[in-house]
Design a binder for this molecule. Sequence first.
Ligand code: C2E
Ligand code: CA
Ligand code: CA
Ligand code: CA
Length: 276
Amino acid sequence: AKETGRNAMRFFDPAMQTVVVERAILEAGLRKAIEGSQFLLHYQPQVVENDRITGVEALVRWQHPQRGIVLPADFIPMAEETGLILPLGNWVLETACAQLAQWAIRPELAHLTIAVNISAQQFRKPDFVEKVLAVIHRTGANPNRLKLELTESLLVDNVQDIIQKMAELKIKGIFFSLDDFGTGYSSLSYLKRLPLDQLKIDHTFVRDILYDSNDAAIAGTILALAKSLGLEVIAEGVETAAQRDFLASVGCHAYQGYYFCQPLPIEGFEKFMMTA
Ligand code: C2E
Ligand code: CA
Ligand code: CA
Ligand code: CA
């Protein structure tokens, strides 16, 4: 009885209670946000040589009625835990595809691709392929301009099932990029089997690339591996010209990061394109 008494005491620990209450408020807020369309996308340019912009990554933000713009780190984990990532992920995909359809009729923007982050939970749904194709159909987006970013967390699933889904989308022209590459569990055998188009070097390897020989070696290895597998590579989190130059010297050709441009709201991004 003493034991349970102690546990009960712990349950009513005021600090703990605050955490529980805060989480409940966050979850309720997130539900309302999805119903009330409080989300928006920011777009971060992806560039190749000579700073030419080939596309963007769509990054979701929560336009909170009291808190202002909330970044994904403060709500994506909760969305994942509660399954709200599914309706949120659908909204992101739908919005990105609608944007592609709008750009398609503007000569100076029609070449741009949009990369969309896909949570493992989303991809895992049996009707994922149908859902994506339905969104493309509904919005009129060109599937050749759509890139889906998957993460290695997906690879705990049945690989044959993953390959099947990717293949069905790939024949429609959709691109696949493996995000945060090198931070997770993917084995080389998976890499060879998955019908990927691109590996994304995680920003944690880019950050200290000039000073940390391990990070430089990892980046170089990813580039060599990608080359031998016939995959493109993009480095994320590039903040300085020196980082870009180093990456270029080891064979990287595509970049994303604050050095080129931060993620921008749609108006800001389009203006950036017009003046670039
Ligand atoms: P991520 O997919 O790795 O996205 C890159 C993150 O790096 C973005 O953070 C971006 O703003 C940030 N970033 C860009 N350039 C630089 C740079 O030069 N230096 C540094 N230090 N950071 C840079 P953000 O927008 O806060 O997104 C964080 C994470 O949230 C994303 O990481 C992604 O995992 C997740 N996320 C964002 N949007 C979505 C979405 O629509 N769906 C899902 N499932 N996840 C999303
Ligand atoms: Ca990403
Ligand atoms: Ca990433
Ligand atoms: Ca990341």
